[in-house]
Design a protein around this ligand. Structure first.
Ligand SMILES: [Zn+2]
Length: 426
C-alpha cells in the first residue's frame, strides 16, 4: 500500500539553532507500507515507478506524520475529564476514586476501554502508556481492546493499599501477585507491554512500594509508572508519610522503583537532588501540561531538565488532562513554558510527541518515525482543516511556522485519518 502526501518525520532531536539533519520532509512524498510496517518513504514519483502495482491512497495536501505517543494517562477517567473546581488531592477523592470503583464490574470496564481506545485513535494517538484501576479485570479489558486494534499499549494495574476508599484498596501481597499474573499474561504479548503501576507514594504503604520494587527487579523489561511532585500539598503529605526519605523521588528510589524504564508523571516541583537522581538513574520525567493547568499544579521545569540531561516525555494525563489530542497537549506545553520564559520550538514539540517519546520508552526502532521496518502507525493531518487555520496558513512561509500554527489552532479536528500497523482506524 502507498500513502501519498507530504511526508514528515524526525531523525533526531532538533536543535532550534540548526535544524539540519533532524527531520526529513518530502513535499511530494509517499509512504510504502508492507505487512503493517514501513517499507520505505520517498518521492511519490519514485515509489510509483518502483511499485507500480500497489494501491495508492491520496492525501496529497496533507501531512503524513508518525502516530502520536501519549506517555501518561488514565483510562478509568473517561468520565472524570472536565470535573470542576478542585486541585489534585480533593479531585481524586471527589471525582476520580468514585468513578474508578465502578471498574470492579468487568462489563463496565470493557465498555469504558472501548470508548477510551476510540478516543485515543481518533486523536491520532497510536501508542499509549495508561494506568488502569486497582482491579485486575480493568487491565484485561484494556489490553484486550488495544489488541483488537493492534496498537502499542503499555499499561498496568494501579497498586494502592491506603488513603483511598476501601473498595479501591488492595494489599501489598495481593497487588504483587495480581501484577505478576498480569505481566505473564500481557507483557510482550503482541504489541502490549506491562507497566508496574504503584499509583503514588500517598496511596502505597512502604511495604507495597517494596513489593513493587520486587516486581521491577524480577521483570527488568517491564516499565514502571507512577506520579511525582505534582502538587505542593501532595509533596508535603508524601514526605509526612515517608519522613526518613530525603525527598519525594528518594521514596521511590529506596524502594527500587527508579531506573531507565521508570515514567514519573508530572515531576513539576523538583529539588536539585531529585534532578540528579533523574539523571543518574536515567528515569523519565513526563510532562502533562493540560492537566497541570487544569488542576493548577505548576510549571514543569522543561529547560532545566533538558539542560541537566534528564529524559523528558510529554503526555495528556486524561482525565486530569483536558484533551486526548497530543496537538492540544503541545499547545498547552508551549503556553506553560511561556510563563517561565522558554519558547518551545515547534520542531522540538512535534519531535517530542513522536520520536522523543519513543526514545524515552526505548522503542524508537518500532515506533515514532518512518524508519524502515518500524510499525506503520501514522496520522494524516490537515493543517487547514478549519476556517481559522485555513486563513492563517495562507501567510505561512515555512514548515516550522506551519507546525506552530497547527499546534496552536489545530487539535482533534486536524486529524483526517489514522493508521495502526498499516490498518486504517479512522
Ligand atoms: Zn496521572
Amino acid at each position: 500500500m502507498i500513502l501519498r502526501g507530504r511526508v514528515l518525520h524526525f531523525l533526531k532531536q532538533p536543535n532550534p539553532v540548526n535544524l539540519e539533519g533532524s527531520y526529513e520532509y518530502i513535499e511530494e512524498g509517499a509512504v510504502v507500507i508492507n505487512e503493517g510496517r514501513i517499507l520505505e518513504i520517498g518521492t511519490y514519483m519514485d515509489t510509483r515507478v518502483k511499485y507500480p502495482d500497489l494501491e495508492v491512497t491520496d492525501y496529497s495536501k496533507n501531512l503524513i506524520f508518525p502516530g502520536f505517543i501519549d506517555l501518561h494517562n488514565h483510562y478509568p477517567q473517561v468520565q472524570v475529564i472536565a470535573s470542576y473546581g478542585t486541585q489534585l488531592l480533593e479531585w481524586l477523592q471527589k471525582y476520580t476514586f468514585p468513578e474508578e470503583a465502578k471498574f470492579g464490574d468487568q462489563s463496565y470496564a470493557k465498555l469504558q476501554a472501548k470508548k477510551f481506545i476510540k478516543l485515543l485513535l481518533s486523536n491520532g494517538t497510536t501508542t499509549s502508556v495508561s494506568f488502569c484501576s486497582v482491579h485486575k479485570d480493568s487491565v484485561n479489558s484494556l489490553f484486550e481492546e488495544a489488541s483488537k486494534h493492534n496498537m502499542c499499549m503499555i499499561a498496568g494495574k494501579v497498586m494502592m493499599d491506603r488513603n483511598a476508599p476501601d473498595n479501591l484498596l488492595d494489599d501489598p501481597l495481593s497487588s504483587y501477585q495480581d501484577t505478576k499474573e498480569l505481566i505473564s499474561k500481557w507483557h510482550e504479548n503482541g504489541r502490549n507491554y506491562y507497566a508496574i503501576s504503584p499509583r503514588f507514594a500517598i496511596t502505597s504503604s512502604p511495604e507495597q512500594l517494596l513489593q513493587a520494587g520486587r516486581l521491577v527487579a524480577e521483570h527488568p523489561t517491564c516499565y514502571m509508572q507512577t506520579h511525582l511532585g505534582e502538587n505542593k500539598e501532595e509533596i508535603r503529605y508524601a514526605m509526612n508519610l515517608y519522613p526518613n526519605s530525603k525527598n519525594y523521588l528518594d521514596i521511590y528510589r529506596e524502594a527500587g522503583l527508579v531506573g531507565s524504564k521508570s515514567l514519573m508523571g508530572h515531576s513539576i516541583h523538583l529539588s536539585p537532588d531529585e534532578i540528579s537522581i533523574f539523571k543518574d538513574l536515567e528515569a523519565i520525567a513526563v510532562h502533562c501540561p493540560t492537566s497541570n493547568m487544569f488542576l493548577g499544579s505548576g510549571f514543569f521545569p522543561l529547560r532545566n531538565l533538558i539542560n541537566s540531561g534528564v529524559k523528558v516525555g510529554v503526555a495528556t494525563d486524561v482525565g486530569g488532562g483536558t484533551s486526548y489530542s497530543m496537538i492540544s497537549t503541545l499547545d498547552a506545553a508551549y503556553k506553560i513554558q511561556q510563563f517561565i520564559d522558554f519558547s518551545v520550538h515547534p520542531m522540538y514539540a512535534f519531535y517530542w510527541a513522536t520520536l522523543g517519546n519513543a526514545k524515552a520508552l526505548g522503542l524508537e526502532k518500532e515506533i515514532g518515525s518512518f524508519r524502515k521496518g518500524s510499525f506503520a502507525d501514522l496520522v494524516i493531518l490537515d493543517t487547514r482543516g478549519d476556517l481559522c487555520s485555513d486563513i492563517r496558513m495562507k501567510t505561512c512561509t515555512s514548515l516550522t511556522e506551519e507546525l506552530f500554527v497547527l499546534q496552536t489552532l489545530g487539535g482533534n479536528h486536524s486529524v483526517k485519518a489514522v493508521y495502526v500497523a498499516g490498518e486504517r482506524s479512522k
